[in-house]
Write a protein that binds this ligand. Structure first.
Ligand SMILES: C[S@@+](CC[C@H](N)C(=O)[O-])C[C@H]1O[C@@H](n2cnc3c(N)ncnc32)[C@H](O)[C@@H]1O
Length: 335
């Protein structure tokens, strides 16, 4: 497109670009062009630029810039992306609708925008969602809340309306799964769709994943297959307390990510643990003593089964609510 451009020798290009940018004259909707040792810098105001520069008219390509929701709204909205689903958390339905429309109309590859309609609830830790906007892609067979999420090189298919999943825990999962060595026997007592199970299996561990939610187990099996680790993963649909004796004294490592009630499952964890076992125990506690209750509960359950306990790490995962922290205790049980 024909635009006014400042013409300068290439050597003077960077200084000129900076000067134009500082005076607000650089037109960043268009690309800077180089031809025969000369730079053409598009400007927004030919007259103003010509006071200090040589201005010519030239054909320059428009920047192929992606249009963001903020471009359309005029403010930066808050949302999370999970595959091709965008998640908002808005109290005002009209504001949710405006943000959702802007997300769909932007260049983001988003198929649906959903709003949190409840807290995570019940044993299965699934929340309700309101579908605020969606693209009509003609694929009516696929649930609107089903998506493929990628995390640290792994791929997870999941339906947010049927299973628990939080992309915010990606760094924490990576911290834990990086500790796993080949040949280990690991159990995720609350496996969900497999974001701990699959990376552990990919590191060469033999992994058992248990979950009460049949949909989570369905997705866990599919995700093990998709990520090429199904030969090392056993997925069990059950209350983990009911299958602990089937794998008694088996585990070198146990993941316990059910933070509000993990203490109720410590007897099962101790049954599953081998003679030397690392447990990653998640908890949510008041900031005044975030690790104490978990540590005391673990010591009590472990002592009853003749284990010594060493705390390896006291790790704050994130702030959960005002004055409440989501924490992880990495502990070694040995006997
Ligand atoms: C907080 S989610 C964690 C899921 C997964 N580890 C993750 O990081 O995405 C807890 C999971 O525990 C499962 N669960 C709850 N009670 C259970 C029980 N008694 N036995 C086995 N699984 C249970 C829920 O269905 C849910 O999928």
């Amino acid at each position: 497109m024909e635009r006014p451009c400042v013409r300068v020798p290439r050597e003077a290009g960077e200084d000129t670009r900076q000067a134009l940018a500082e005076s607000g004259l650089l037109d960043d909707e268009y690309e800077i062009v180089v031809a025969d040792g000369t730079l053409f810098l598009p400007v927004t105001d030919a007259e103003a630029a010509s006071e200090a520069h040589d201005v010519v008219t030239r054909d320059v390509p428009a920047h192929d810039r992606q249009q963001t929701p903020a471009d359309l709204l005029g403010f930066e909205p808050s949302y999370e992306r999970l595959g091709d689903v965008a998640i908002v958390d808005e109290d005002d339905p009209q504001r949710a609708r405006d943000i959702a429309d802007a997300i769909i109309d932007s260049d983001l590859p988003v198929r649906a925008v959903i709003d949190r309609a409840s807290k995570v609830k019940g044993d299965l830790r699934v929340r309700d969602w309101t579908v605020v906007a969606r693209v009509d892609d003609g694929d009516d067979d696929r649930p609107v809340t089903e998506t493929t999420h990628r995390e640290y090189g792994f791929e997870y298919l999941l339906d947010l309306s049927r299973v628990y999943f939080s992309p915010r825990l990606a760094t924490e999962r990576h911290r834990v799964t990086e500790q796993v060595g080949a040949g280990e026997q690991a159990i995720d007592m609350f496996a969900g769709v497999g974001p701990f199970v699959i990376p552990m299996a990919a590191r060469g561990a033999t992994v058992v994943g248990v979950d009460l939610n049949p949909a989570a187990i369905e997705y866990l099996r599919e995700n093990a297959r998709r990520n090429g680790v199904d030969d090392r993963v056993t997925a069990i649909e059950s209350d983990v307390r009911d299958v602990a004796t089937d794998h008694a004294d088996w585990a070198d490592r146990i993941v316990m990510n059910l933070p509000h009630s993990a203490d109720e499952f410590l007897d099962a964890a101790v049954t599953l643990a081998g003679d030397d076992c690392v447990i990653h125990y998640y908890d949510i506690q008041h900031e005044d003593d975030p690790f104490g209750p978990g540590e005391r509960a673990i010591r009590e359950a472990a002592a009853a089964a003749g284990y010594d306990v060493a705390v390896l790490t006291r790790h704050v995962v994130r702030s959960y609510a005002p004055h409440e922290l989501n924490v992880c205790l990495d502990v070694r049980l040995s006997r």
